[in-house]
Design a binder for this molecule. Structure first.
Ligand code: FES
Length: 287
């Protein structure tokens, strides 16, 4: 899988939620070479002519049509500029970047947990899992009903469960409160969202074996030698993998502007991540 600089042609652009956009680009090289969890670095402009680059999770990638989609919130000049790009125009995209989610071949049931725009970080994994015959439940949390990711944009096979902070749709409360109902069903979990949400999920994952009574998967998978922290093999065996959202500068590992604290030292989200096994991260103790 090689990183490429491609000229991606905008083929569709729509606002799917207040301030949130879904854009489709024709970029066959990215559509066939990307995996769930990876991202692209997009060169944007603004009206002063300033060039900016922004990282975006690859939301979906369809090798058959050559289309990738990006889902983003309009938060500043770069993303505002993107919402004004017209169909047929081309954007420079560098990608695919970063390390993908790793699914254990023995996992039949995947639990995806997303908070807000975190849906963009896990969305593609649903397509990959369905392609591979796995069961998928997505737990999604948002402020209120008007911020809930539309179910019409998800594959029919997905079980979709929603929590809202104000109770206007689904469970009244945090999405993390839904997790205990699914932890026995799920073979692995994958999450993207605000850091407090991820920290809480890491805490739940750490206590899961005890709550379930047996080291259900750990015993099967743990056998003998352990894989080095940070390796794809270690992620594959981990119950919980998280995609970290972090401000980025260079996106290729050079500027150190994207570091998070890992249990063995600083980690660059753009290079060692954005996907990490939950055990790799030094979570704040207060979660
Ligand atoms: S963004 Fe520069 S090192 Fe990650």
């Amino acid at each position: 899988m090689t990183m490429r600089l491609v000229a991606a042609e905008l083929v569709d652009s729509r606002q799917i939620l207040p301030g949130q956009w879904l854009q489709s680009f024709h970029a066959p090289e990215l559509a066939s070479g990307s995996r769930a969890g990876q991202f692209v670095h997009v060169r944007t402009g603004d009206y002063s002519g300033l060039v900016l680059r922004r990282p975006f999770s690859i939301n979906t990638a369809d090798p058959a049509t050559g289309i990738i989609t990006l889902h983003f919130r309009m938060v500043g000049r770069g993303t505002e500029w993107m919402t004004r790009v017209r169909e047929g125009e081309r954007l420079d995209m560098l990608g695919p970047l970063g390390r993908p989610f790793e699914v254990d071949p023995r996992s039949h049931h995947l639990l995806l947990i997303a908070g807000g725009l975190g849906m963009a970080g896990v969305r593609m994994l649903a397509d990959e899992a369905i392609r591979d015959g796995r069961g998928i439940t997505i737990l999604f949390g948002a402020l209120s009903a008007s911020h809930v990711y539309p179910s019409s944009l998800l594959p029919d096979e997905v079980e979709y469960v929603v929590a809202t902070d104000d109770g206007s749709l689904g469970h009244h409360g945090y999405v993390t409160e839904l997790v205990p109902d699914y932890e026995a069903w799920a073979d692995q979990a994958f999450a993207c969202g605000p850091q407090p949400m991820l920290a809480r999920l890491a805490q739940l994952a750490a206590g899961r074996r005890d709550r379930l009574g047996v080291a259900k998967l750990g015993r099967k998978r743990g056998g003998g030698k352990s894989d080095p922290l940070g390796s794809a093999a270690a992620r594959r065996k981990s119950f919980l993998q998280v995609s970290m959202e972090q401000t980025m500068g260079c996106a290729v590992g050079a500027c150190l502007g994207c570091t998070v604290i890992g249990v063995e030292g600083p980690l660059r989200v753009c290079r060692e991540g954005p996907v990490f096994a939950a055990e790799e991260i030094a979570w704040p103790a207060s979660a």
